[in-house]
Design a protein around this ligand. Structure first.
Ligand SMILES: [Zn+2]
Length: 264
């Protein structure tokens, strides 16, 4: 199945699936913090417009990303993420929402689904779990922002259902990518939060409880009917890899990496 690779595309490092791009003309990418112009604490490839960085820097960063991936920055469609269970379908009426500024992004939404060509959809994260869903048969994609609240309210399942309803395809054909997020190595939580999830996805060390949110996301994807062999998990921890990723746990004021999908 399609694996994630840390690769450099036209000078920009991204975690992507070159095989999916080559065979199906569907581009997926999890960006890193490298290759942008934002100053500290947003250094350097901050792609989100809601974290206090100068909009001019964000626009330059988004244009660099679009140029490297050969996408149109004006078609980039984003949401005002609120840790909700809300999914929006992106069509010609809202394509490009949030490309220019945060105010025009799709309100109160944490997952986007589209079948439009050359219309990149994106969510932004720094520790929360980003998920990409692709149905290569019906040519639909989805991107999901899932923190512990989103995982608890099953936003990933909601996105899978919305994608399937929009495409009319089979859930078993969907391919899922779980991107870089804070790992079980670093994400210690209070017992009340840990108790919301399966004990198998928690770890006890040094008197603390750690939560495996990428594992919880993968479990949810499989429970929704996507075969295990269709699921790729990056295994990269945003908190450990300061060189590659922004981490909210490590620095409360920081940039956001983007999770992007586009049908070419
Ligand atoms: Zn870690």
């Amino acid at each position: 199945m399609y694996k994630l690779e840390l690769t450099t595309v036209n000078g920009l490092p991204v975690l992507a699936s070159p095989e999916l791009l080559r065979e199906r003309s569907i581009l997926i990418a999890f960006t890193t913090r490298q290759g942008g112009v934002s100053p500290a604490p947003y250094n350097t490839l901050n792609l989100a417009a809601h974290v206090g960085d100068d909009i001019a820097n964000i626009q330059t960063n988004r244009q660099r990303l679009a140029a490297a991936l050969d996408l149109d920055a004006e078609r980039l469609t984003t949401a005002q993420q609120t840790h909700s269970r809300n999914v929006a379908i992106v069509d010609e009426r809202n394509a490009g929402a949030g490309a220019a500024d945060y105010e025009s992004a799709i309100p109160d939404t944490d997952a986007l689904v589209t079948g439009l060509k050359r219309t990149p959809i994106a969510v932004f994260t720094a520790d929360c779990v980003p998920v990409i869903l692709v149905d290569p048969e019906t040519r639909r994609t989805a991107v999901v922002h899932a923190g512990y609240k989103g995982l608890y309210s099953n936003i990933v399942t909601a996105a899978i259902e919305a994608l399937r309803a929009d495409s009319g395809g089979r859930v078993g054909d969907i391919i899922a990518f779980v991107g870089p997020a804070i790992g079980v190595c670093c994400y210690d939580v209070d017992p009340e939060r840990a108790a919301l999830f399966a004990a198998a996805r928690t770890e006890r060390r040094n008197g603390k409880i750690y939560l495996d949110t990428p594992g919880i996301a993968a479990d949810e994807i499989q429970a929704a009917g996507i075969p295990a062999e269709n699921i790729s998990v990056s295994g990269l921890c945003t908190a450990c890899r300061e060189d590659l990723f922004f981490s909210y746990r490590r620095a409360k004021v920081c940039g956001r990496q983007a999770t992007i999908a586009a049908i070419l």
